[in-house]
Design a protein around this ligand. Sequence first.
Ligand code: URA
Length: 215
Amino acid sequence: MGTVRDEKSSYLKSEALPPLANLKEAELSAHKCRRCPLWERATQTVFGAGDSHARVVFVGEQPGDVEDRTGLPFVGPAGRLLDRALNQAQINRDLCYVTNAVKHFKWESLGQRRLHKKPTSREIQACRPWLQAEIELIQPEVVVGLGATAAASIFGVPVRISDVRGKLTHVESVGKTCLITAHPSSVLRAPDPDAQRTEFNRLVKDLTLLRAFAG
Ligand code: URA
């Protein structure tokens, strides 16, 4: 079936991506993505990065300001916190693949700054085939959703993190074992150092469940 333009929203609804032989081909194709309007204001598509044979795939929300400029996922402040949590949980990021539910930076300006803006359900849905393609090509044993946007993309519907957090569970829509935990930015946003420490330790505890796959 061909591609249909939804005139009202300018979202592109196509049934499927073209056949993609490998991750490189998927990445090149994603760089031309026009499935939603987010590409217009982003510097570039930020595709996943890491081991193409990873047993663990991490899914974040969307690239932030630093990721948008560098073209790499989780290399800004949230990425540094994720790295610290992975270190503490004794998970080797080099053995994993790291990506996002939405592959363009969505932002609004505040003076000179570009402030992160949460993607909508339609944007998550529009980008979902790319995540599905990454999972299909890598065939990991575990898919880890970091935060609500990643969880919504994994389950295909919005879910409450507190309902699904911290358990290795088979998710039918992905056909994989999945683990949902907090987004590293939510740890950074905790109101005071005590709360930040508590949230960080909770994140580390969840990530420890991955040791058997990427320790
Ligand atoms: N937040 C995300 O969800 N992904 C990134 O790549 C960076 C920050």
